[in-house]
Design a protein around this ligand. Structure first.
Ligand code: ARG
Length: 454
């Protein structure tokens, strides 16, 4: 007997979404208020009934805001919980609320309202981080670092150029979140359980009341579509991928091996055993959290795969991953804005690294090209020069002109004009790292950010 009760209990718990979908209460009540007003306008219920229900919903929203709403575990979801509470307060008239409506079109509408909001908030948080990147770029405009490919020193770049690369990634992220918000901006309410409803609803009015730009065109699709969540999660996964790449660089750069930067105290933690350590935990956690955001995207895609039309209860599984994604992303972006602003560049270390004359090998090849040698041959000559220098334990700029001339007679005294500054300045095409270009790009980025913030 005891075990039967507990089995029934766990079955109830199993279907319940109230523990997490209570987060949709504002959206749910907004939908109900709009719906009831519309029902009265259409003469489906009386004005008096509508007024009672709207007042009741207002009181319930207050209870929820204040945290005095009596949540009962036997309530399945937030939609049922609110309706049950309305019935407690108003009696049978509360039963008119659900006329011409289903939880299927309701939950789809609630979720869309939620994602529209979340997308806007995410974009704002990204803008903050972009502005932090521009500030740290601006403050270090004179700093050069080695640029890497394969994590091997390649060619010099400006530190600001590197920061601006992340600005670009985040700029694309904003566009993706805006697109996800726009995709969510279609109202399913009025689709009923799946086939449409038998009442003369005014869906356009509903959309207007709820701030939707348009209404859905097919009732079956409207209640089964979770593409807008996939789009939000995909945008989130991509954005986290970007933050994770930045994390990795911050971890590397703040190591003793690179020592290019230090992060603000509050963005590092001490070791419990090694007193000298400052660990970049925030960056590592951001990198780590990327995995679970990817997981939520894969989770939803897997949940939706193979579902017949229209609504299936499987789809209740859409919410926790989305909520966790919104929270994780918001928290990560917030921490990153502060952490990026806390970056202090160690100018000694960056100058030492950027002074590595091997970074100029490409420029030496370009020098020979300037003297008429085809690039492939020039590349071969400089490869030999580099090997020679390495065998002598010398830097590239420590080789004499005579030494260089052993590899090509095209080398002349003007080879000393190949310097870090010259190498940077020479990359002056659009998108290059020439200081002049980077200053322009920085100003341009500020303008773009302002325009986006509107
Ligand atoms: N809690 C459900 C969900 O989140 C609401 C819709 C329930 N509809 C149903 N026919 N059982 O998906």
């Amino acid at each position: 007997m005891g075990s039967m009760i507990s089995n029934q209990h766990s079955a109830k718990l199993f279907v319940a979404s109230l523990p997490f979908d209570r987060r949709l209460y504002r959206q749910d009540i907004a939908c109900s208020v709009a719906h009831v007003r519309m029902l009265a306008r259409q003469g489906i219920i009386t004005d008096k009934e509508a007024e009672l229900i709207v007042m009741g919903l207002g009181a319930i929203r207050e209870e929820l805001d204040k945290g005095t709403f009596p949540f009962r575990p036997e309530m399945e979801d937030i939609h049922m919980a609110i309706e049950a509470r309305l019935t407690e307060r108003l009696g049978p008239v509360a039963g008119k609320l659900h006329t011409g409506r289903s939880r299927n079109d309701l939950v789809a509408t609630d979720t869309r309202l939620y994602v529209k909001d979340a997308a806007t908030q995410t974009v704002t948080a990204i803008h903050d981080l972009q502005s932090a990147l521009l500030d740290v770029a601006q403050a270090n405009l004179d700093v050069a670092i080695p640029g890497y490919t394969h994590l091997q020193r390649a060619q010099p770049v400006l530190f600001a150029h590197h920061m601006l690369a992340y600005f670009e990634m985040l700029h694309r992220d904003c566009a993706r979140f805006r697109a996800a918000g726009a995709e969510a901006d279609v109202m399913p309410l009025g689709s009923g359980a799946l086939a449409g409803v038998t009442y003369p609803l005014d869906r356009e009015f509903l959309a207007q009341e709820l701030g939707f730009s348009r209404i859905s065109d097919n009732s079956l699709d409207a209640v089964s579509d979770r593409d807008f969540l996939v789009s939000y999660l995909a945008a989130a996964a991509t954005c986290m991928m970007h933050l994770s790449r930045l994390s990795e660089e911050l971890v590397l750069w703040s190591s003793a091996e690179f020592a290019f930067i230090s992060l603000g105290e509050e963005y590092t933690t001490g070791s419990s055993i090694m007193p000298q350590k400052r660990n970049p935990d925030m960056a590592e956690l951001a990198r780590g959290k990327t995995g679970r955001v990817y997981g939520h995207l894969m989770g939803l895609l897997a949940t939706m795969k193979g579902l017949p039309l229209a609504y299936n209860r499987d789809m209740q599984e859409d919410k926790e991953g989305v909520f966790d994604t919104v929270d994780t992303l918001q928290a990560t972006l917030g921490v990153f804005s502060g952490m990026v602003r806390s970056i202090r560049v160690n100018r000694e270390a960056t100058a030492r690294a950027a002074a590595d004359s091997m970074l100029l090998a490409t420029d030496v090849a370009d020098y020979l090209v300037g003297k008429g040698l085809p690039f492939r041959q020039a590349h071969g000559v400089v490869a030999q020069v580099v090997r020679h220098a390495q065998s002598q334990g010398k830097a590239l700029n420590e080789l004499s002109v005579e030494e260089l001339q052993r590899f090509s007679t095209l080398f002349a005294p003007d080879v000393t004009t190949i310097t870090l500054e010259a190498a940077l300045a020479a990359r002056r095409g659009h998108g290059g790292t020439a200081p002049r270009r980077v200053r322009e790009a920085l100003a341009e980025a500020r303008k773009r950010l302002e325009a986006c913030r509107g």
